[in-house]
Ligand binder design. Sequence first.
Ligand SMILES: [Fe+2]
Length: 255
Amino acid sequence: MIDIHSHILPSIDDGAQNEEEALALARAAEAEGIHTVAATPHHQNGSFVNEAADIRAKTRHLNDAVQAAGINVTIIPGQETRIHGEYLEEWEKGTILPVGGNTDYVLIEFPLDHVPRYASQLLYDIQLKGLIPVIVHPERNEEIKDRPNLLYSLVKNGSLTQLTAASLTGRFGSKAKQLSLDLLEANLAHLIASDAHDTEKRGFHLQEGYAAVETKFNARFVKQLQANAQRLIQNERLLIDPPEHVKKKKFLGLF
Ligand SMILES: [Fe+2]
């Protein structure tokens, strides 16, 4: 398996705090059957600034340490960038880092409690630069939880989305789990990734996440999602189905 979102780089954000923790994460990935892990540290989220050149250098260093430790996992660079007003200027400056370092795919994070009003325009402008925005963990965003169809127009206009594996297993609550399934059903989610921070509270859970998709849908859908992770790091176009609106659920007894 390929994991396109993790906080495995040590001493750089709220993920691995030192090399030992990073190696423990790499071992956990290997044990779970993950052969490639994108290191995507937070950037511009209000707490952390991690620019492209630094991430590339630290990824090379961690890769050396992982290989030296005999762990059969490849770390590739990336960045989880909080959406912000200077995104395009940063892209021009070269401080934004796509997944893999040289693909067109960039991970974009919204604030947890809302979707900024300028998001739609900026996600469009990002595409005019030749980039493909991947909105990370929309199922954990409070505004999208209340109005999932906010995502419909963003996906319709070319953005992709990535669910957190642990959301599908219920670790982020029943609402995030249900929304994850609803987004998959409406073709509004294209990738699953771990967003792993550590080996204890926020591990990979990628296998469990895919298993939840297989239980609710089928093995073919799992294959499609896994193929998308592969295609993304190879800078190929993803397999996507036309987006649909999330249907309002009717609850027994309420209607
Ligand atoms: Fe993350």
